[in-house]
Design a protein around this ligand. Sequence first.
Ligand code: BES
Ligand code: ZN
Length: 456
Amino acid sequence: MDEILQYLERHRESFEEDLCALLRIPSVSADSRHRGDMRQAADWVYGQFTSMGLKAEIVETAGHPIVYAESPPVAGAPTVLVYGHYDVQPPDPLDEWVSPPFEPTKRDGNIYARGATDDKGQMLTHVKSAQAVLATTGKLPVQLKYIIEGEEEVGSENIESFLDDRREQLACDVIVISDTSQFGPGRPAITYGLRGIAYFELRLTGPKQDLHSGTFGGAVTNPLNTLAKMLAALVDGAGRIQIPGFYDDVVELTDTERAQFAVLSFSEQSFMRQIGVEGVSGESGFSTLERRWARPTCDVHGFWGGYSGEGAKTVLPCRAGAKFSFRLVPNQDPVKIGRSLEQMMRALCPPGIKLELIDLHGAPGVLVPLDNPYMSAAASAVERGFGTTPVFIREGGSIPIVNAFKAKLGADTLLLGWGLDDDNTHSPNEKFCLADFHRGIKASAALWDELGKLNA
Ligand code: BES
Ligand code: ZN
């Protein structure tokens, strides 16, 4: 192991340069203008694997390509599947970035760029650790299989058929993903729960064209007024979602879990300071951590219609729309929720308005078992990388593929997050702490070692 650690020390700079090279590629999966960049990012990841001597392949899908790589089988040791994503969220609003999103810049020990933490930097830790082990010892203590996809940020819709097609090739004992966060600086965490998601676009259409609100207002249903009413009807004053049956399948927090959350030293004050608000609200009866990690939500992401230019325009707009989603918790079913939502929306839709509800994507929530040797190996590895034992947390974001891995490959996932809650993921000035990048690589190298001690 000493040799591997020395290799990691000697290659700190080259690892950072490689990360910057990947961060310079604007691989925005949601935006079709970036198709070429998506391909370039996939090629770059593929190049990493082949230069390490791994068997690698770029797999075409109906959407963006998947990069697959594997090392040789190791008799008697487990097979570990690493998942990550090379796609990133759109960088807007561009003028709020201190340095441009695709020009990675080092400031105060962090690297700033879209995708720095989510997920290029975190994903790369598991590539660089293997590079170090292979370069120093010539072989890995476990068989590694990598799936690095390009559609995580848009719902991972095409990866399921890849899992179906390759069930045998992808057979593994455990899955490793680094696409989550530590509990705080210097407080590494293993995440055992994620929320799911159900994401929709609502389109309302009224008269055949925009109208004068004086001539027609009051007699013709306004799609924007209707949109506002429909969105407002989704959540009541106590933060409870009003879709019929929405809470039917919710697995409630146990008293033990609530007590475990309560002893984590979470400061509501510093949380509010971090995001720049003077108060918080949510579903009544639950703490902030409970609301973020283990309760369902509804958030509107954007809406449109009518006039929002300079000055006043008395228009009765002919159409309106919105994008919104629900974060889900185990065992809520996104499909069932979509059906009930559609019924509710149709019942609220007044005469003179046509409604279209588009289901953009969905994924159920996740809870992974804590009591198994893989989890203990992961805890030891995190301790070896970060110098302190990890805490076990849940998180509020979603990684759609985790349930599919369980259902199709029968394996549980180790969610080992090297990020921080203030990394500005999905927002301007995304960053990743470079010390955590290197600690992550060290923890990852230790993970292959710890997992290699387990019998398959
Ligand atoms: N890295 C995040 C998932 C995440 C976020 C985990 C915060 C834990 C805390 C991931 O890349 C992501 O953003 N996923 C999307 C999935 C969605 C588009 C289906 C998300 O959660 O919005
Ligand atoms: Zn991510």
